[in-house]
Design a protein around this ligand. Structure first.
Ligand code: IMP
Ligand code: MG
Length: 175
């Protein structure tokens, strides 16, 4: 499969992704189902995982989104630019940040700093994909869907320079 100048090969099926999201939703529901958690999706990448996650999460909950820009092309840039912020008081709430993927951890670090300013009850991090070999931070990821090697992927919300987000499965950059 070709996107722009790069070739990608099938990597993770839609079924595997759905199973991983369902497991995360079940775990979070077991941990916080007696509260009304606020799920905060990190745009753009997380729109698909948040949508499917919400369908698997059966207890009362709220959802909101934040937007940063930190990625250009296929390598992480270190700058974190906030494009859409929070417009909700989260004091005393259980907040679960939902990411599509955690790579170097820069984004998650920036997000945690942002939420530290609010007096939330719990701040948890959930990510569908995680690249442990690229991760450089001393931050706990509370819920991880699928661990993957440090190779660029597209699909299921993830893009290569804008393309590939609509793919229902995940593809990996071909060697
Ligand atoms: P981090 O800040 O380096 O952890 O990168 C996090 C963000 O970079 C994710 O939310 C994605 O938007 C993007 N990203 C990281 N790895 C990939 C990838 O393999 N494909 C597409 N986007 C990625
Ligand atoms: Mg993202």
């Amino acid at each position: 499969m070709q996107l722009h100048d790069k070739e990608f090969v099938p990597f993770i099926s839609a079924e595997e992704i759905d199973f991983a999201i369902a497991q995360m939703a079940k775990q979070i529901e077991a941990d916080f189902g007696d509260e009304i958690p606020v799920f905060i999706g990190v745009l753009n990448g997380a729109f698909m995982v948040v949508s499917d996650f919400m369908k698997h999460y059966k207890s009362p909950c709220e959802v909101s989104f934040v937007k940063f820009a930190s990625y250009e092309g296929i390598s992480s840039t270190h700058e974190l630019k906030q494009l859409i912020g929070l417009n909700q008081d989260l004091t005393g709430r259980t907040v679960v940040l939902i990411e599509d993927i955690v790579d170097t951890g820069n984004t998650i670090e920036g997000l945690k700093a942002l939420f530290k300013k609010q007096e939330v009850k719990h701040l948890k991090i959930a990510t569908l994909f995680f690249k442990p070999d690229a991760f450089k931070k001393d931050i706990k990821l509370d819920y991880v869907g699928i661990r993957i090697p440090d190779k660029f992927i597209v699909g299921f919300g993830l893009d290569y320079d804008g393309l590939g987000r609509n793919l229902p499965e995940v593809y990996q950059l071909k060697d």
